[in-house]
Design a protein around this ligand. Structure first.
Ligand code: PMP
Length: 368
């Protein structure tokens, strides 16, 4: 239904009016959720206290790490599986095959357990051991493969597609170009943010892997209020920042980033229809991301993954650009547990990206 005047009466009671019929509905959120699947979504919106104070704006993080599988990708995982079921592409005992940096795979592995499917995951071998281990513990068959560009036939996505084609009752869920992914965020994340802010939101920003989160949330929020600004945030090694800044030129992908799960070399199907909704693009360096990662832990108590820290840097910069007194929302995609032997290892950080020990001293990275 198209609704208006959504109000939170009590913590678990929502009041809303249906446009067409003018009916007033009172909706009580269930206190008991229906299994793993029922627990996906409806994550809280959390005020980042120090960042808000410093910018003079409300900087809010959508706590996607509180999904039952631990990341924003639980939502997309559920939607791509549901779509395969609805299209009759898979039946009980079948196999879901996906190419993923890890989090979609983890979401899928959980959803597959819950629904009785097998799960096969292809991922670039540049990803953290923690994600590979977790996937295997969840019962997925995991193939770490060399990280080659998308136009190489050995790219992890093409290997996943070929694997699915070879076995019966199997589906390649194709998260990058399957818009069921974006729909998950259009139908759940976006409406949740709108309702949780009572429609009082000025800006949304996040980084992109598939682009599903960015595009789905942006589309929903702009339909509600076209004045809401949406900024895409991009790490080193991704081409979207230059794509938007140059008015649509795709450059060759070069370099890499400390962040896992984000960065893109092309405009995916999930992103394609929303390219005109991008109000600005922000380039966020690894140094800024790492600084924010440690700051969020030391000042606010959050143990976030690097893409979340990057998103908070972007929200901070967006708040500065839009000026004080605004409400800015971003995504806290997952926790640091999946990367801790990297992000909290001085050796790894030094080897990877930081050549000045000084910049690490102040972060107290020798915690492991
Ligand atoms: N952060 C993390 C940690 C992720 O794993 C992903 C997805 N790979 C994203 C952000 C980006 O989400 P999306 O695919 O919706 O763009």
């Amino acid at each position: 239904f198209e609704t208006s005047e959504v109000k939170r009466v009590k913590d678990d009671v929502i009041y809303f009016k249906i446009f067409l019929t003018n009916t007033i509905m009172i909706c009580k959120k269930p206190k008991v959720l229906d299994g793993f699947i029922g627990a996906i979504g409806n994550t809280p919106l959390i005020r980042l206290k120090n960042i808000s104070k410093e910018t003079g704006s409300e900087v809010l993080g959508k706590a996607e790490f509180m999904n039952p599988g631990g990341s924003v990708k639980d939502r997309a995982a559920l939607y791509v599986v549901k779509e395969a079921e609805e299209k009759g592409l898979i039946t009980t005992g079948g196999t879901i095959v996906e190419g993923t940096a890890g989090n979609t795979g983890i979401g899928l592995a959980h959803v597959c357990r819950a629904k009785g499917y097998d799960c096969v995951i292809y991922m670039p071998d540049t990803q953290s051991q923690e994600k590979i281990d977790l996937l295997r513990m969840l019962g997925a068959e995991v193939y770490p493969v060399p990280a080659v560009p998308f136009d190489d036939p050995n790219n992890y996505n093409h290997q996943a597609r070929r694997h699915a084609e070879k076995i019966p009752n199997a589906v390649w869920t194709n998260q990058f170009d399957n818009v069921a992914n974006r729909r998950a965020h259009y139908e759940t994340t976006g409406p949740e943010i709108w309702e949780q802010t009572n429609g009082q939101i000025d800006g949304f920003t996040c980084s992109t892997g598939t682009g599903g989160t960015f595009a789905g949330v942006t589309r929903y929020l702009k339909e509600k209020n076209p004045n809401i600004k949406s900024f895409i945030a991009d790490p080193p090694g991704s081409v979207l920042y230059s794509y938007f800044k140059s008015g649509g030129n795709l450059i060759e992908r070069k370099g890499s980033s400390i962040t896992e799960g984000i960065g893109q070399g092309r405009v995916t199907e999930n992103l394609k229809e929303e390219v005109n909704s991008v109000d600005d693009a922000l380039y966020i360096s690894d140094e800024k991301t790492i600084e924010m990662l440690y700051r969020l832990l030391d000042e606010e108590g959050f143990y976030m993954g690097a893409s979340s820290a990057l998103n908070v840097v972007a929200a901070y910069e967006m708040a500065k650009i839009l000026g004080p007194g605004k409400t800015i929302v971003t995504a806290i995609c997952d926790g640091a547990y999946r990367y801790q032997t990297r992000l909290f290892s001085r050796k790894w950080l030094e080897k990877k990206y930081f050549n000045t020990v000084d910049s690490l001293e102040s972060l107290y990275v020798e915690r492991l």
